[in-house]
Design a protein around this ligand. Structure first.
Ligand code: TXA
Ligand code: MG
Length: 340
C-alpha cells in the first residue's frame, strides 16, 4: 500500500483534509496531527476499520481507544449520562488536551468502546485536527499513530517511520506543540480520577472543579526496582532516568559518559549542558524547561535510536504541572531509575 503524505500548507490544506475525510468514510486509516501527538484515525462506527487499527499498531485488543470529536453536539450521542463536571471542564479546557471518560450511551454500536460500558472523549484543539474531524463529521477513534510500545509520533515523519505502507495517508500538519498525550480523566468514579497525566494538570482541574481529585496508582515500580516489566513509549536503547537535584544529575551523567567504555551513550539534557558532554551523542531538550523538553521527548528517543546509542540518560523535572506527565512517560520508557 502506498502511504500518501497530504500536505497542510496553506494552499493545499482544504484539498488534503477533504481527501483524508473521504478515506476515513470509506473505512480506511489516516494519521492526523493533534496538539499532543499524531493520531491514527478510523471511523468509530466502522468495526472493520477499528479492527484494522489494532492490527496495524500491534495493539493489545483490551486497550480501548479514545473517540475524537469536533463539536459539543456530538457528545449527546456518545455518552449517557453526561455529568455536569464534563460541561464545566469543557468550558475551560475544550477544545484541548483533556480526554474525559464517561458512561457510554446504551444506543452506541458495540465495539465503539471495545466492549466497555464507558467511552473516552477528546476534542483536540489543533486546527488541522478540528477541520479534519469536522469534515468527517463522524466520531473518529484515534490512538497515537505509532507501533505499540514505541515512542508516540510528533511529526508526520515519525508516523511514516512506523506505519509507511500500512495506512492510506498521513495529514502533515508540522510538529505537535505539546508532545505528550492528553490527560485522561475518569468521570465515572465517585471522585474524578486522573488515569494518565498530561498537560492539563491535576492542579488545573482541581482549580476549576473547586475540589480535590485523585490520580490512579500507576503500574510503575518503586525507584529501587532494577528493571521494570512494563515498558512503553520507549526507544530500542535502554533508558536510564536520573532523578534528583539538577547539578547532581548532570554530574552523574558526566560520570556515566566517562565510564562508558565501548558503549555508545545518548544524553538528553538542556541546551546549556551541550558542552559538558563532548564524548556522547547529545540531544538538546531546549532551554525553556519542561515545556520544551516534553515537546521533543519522543523525537529525542527516535533520534538517538537512529544514532545507534545503546543507552539514553535523560534529565528529569520536578513533578508539578506538565512535569508530572513528562516524568510519567520517562519512567514508563525507562529500564532503570537512579536517585542521585
Ligand atoms: O493525546 C492523545 O490522547 C492522543 C491523540 C492522538 O489524541 N491519543 C492517545 O491515544 O494517546 P492512545 O490510544 O495512545 O491512548 C489512549 C489512552 C489509553 O491509556 C487507554 O487505555 C485510555 O486512553 N482509554 C481509552 N478509552 C478508555 C476508557 N473507556 N476507559 C479508560 N481508559 C480509556
Ligand atoms: Mg499510545
Amino acid at each position: 500500500m502506498n502511504t500518501r503524505t497530504l500536505s497542510c500548507s496553506r494552499n493545499l490544506r482544504r484539498r488534503s483534509i477533504a481527501a483524508a475525510a473521504h478515506l476515513i468514510r470509506r473505512g480506511e486509516l489516516v494519521a492526523f496531527p493533534t496538539e499532543t501527538v499524531y493520531g491514527l484515525g478510523a471511523n468509530a462506527f466502522d468495526p472493520a476499520a477499528v479492527r484494522k487499527i489494532y492490527r496495524v499498531k500491534g495493539r493489545p485488543s483490551d486497550n480501548p481507544l479514545i473517540v475524537h470529536i469536533w463539536s459539543r453536539s456530538q457528545v449527546a450521542f456518545l455518552a449517557d449520562p453526561i455529568p455536569l463536571m464534563f460541561w464545566v471542564l469543557a468550558d475551560h479546557f475544550l477544545p484541548g488536551p483533556l480526554t474525559m471518560v464517561m458512561r457510554a450511551s446504551p444506543s452506541l454500536p458495540r465495539g465503539v468502546s471495545s466492549g466497555l460500558s464507558t467511552i473516552a472523549l477528546r476534542m483536540p484543539s489543533h486546527p488541522v485536527a478540528r477541520s479534519f474531524l469536522k469534515s468527517v463529521n463522524l466520531p473518529v477513534v484515534a490512538p497515537s499513530a505509532n507501533i505499540s510500545g514505541r515512542p508516540s509520533p510528533t511529526t508526520a515523519g515519525h508516523v511514516l517511520d512506523d506505519l509507511r505502507g500500512k495506512i492510506r495517508a498521513v495529514l502533515d500538519g508540522g510538529s505537535s506543540t505539546i508532545g505528550v498525550e492528553s490527560t485522561v480523566l475518569d468521570l465515572t468514579r465517585s471522585t474524578p480520577t486522573i488515569l494518565r497525566p498530561g498537560s492539563i494538570s491535576q492542579e488545573m482541574i482541581e482549580d476549576v472543579l473547586q475540589m480535590r481529585i485523585v490520580r490512579a496508582r500507576s503500574s510503575v515500580k518503586r525507584p529501587s526496582s532494577p528493571g521494570m516489566k512494563y515498558r512503553h513509549y520507549a526507544p530500542s536503547a535502554e533508558v536510564v532516568v536520573l532523578e534528583g537535584d539538577k547539578r547532581n544529575v548532570i554530574r552523574a551523567m558526566q560520570k556515566a559518559v566517562r565510564r562508558r567504555g565501548e558503549v555508545r551513550i545518548g544524553i538528553m539534557a538542556e541546551e546549556a549542558f551541550r558542552e559538558s558532554f563532548s564524548g556522547a551523542e547529545f540531544f538538546s531538550i531546549g532551554s525553556d524547561g519542561v515545556t520544551g523538553a516534553a515537546r521533543v521527548l519522543y523525537d529525542g528517543f527516535r533520534e538517538l535510536d537512529r544514532r545507534k546509542v545503546a543507552m539514553v540518560y535523560c534529565q528529569s523535572f520536578p513533578e508539578r504541572g506538565l512535569g508530572s506527565a513528562f516524568m510519567n512517560r520517562l519512567r514508563k520508557a525507562a529500564a532503570r531509575r537512579i536517585r542521585v
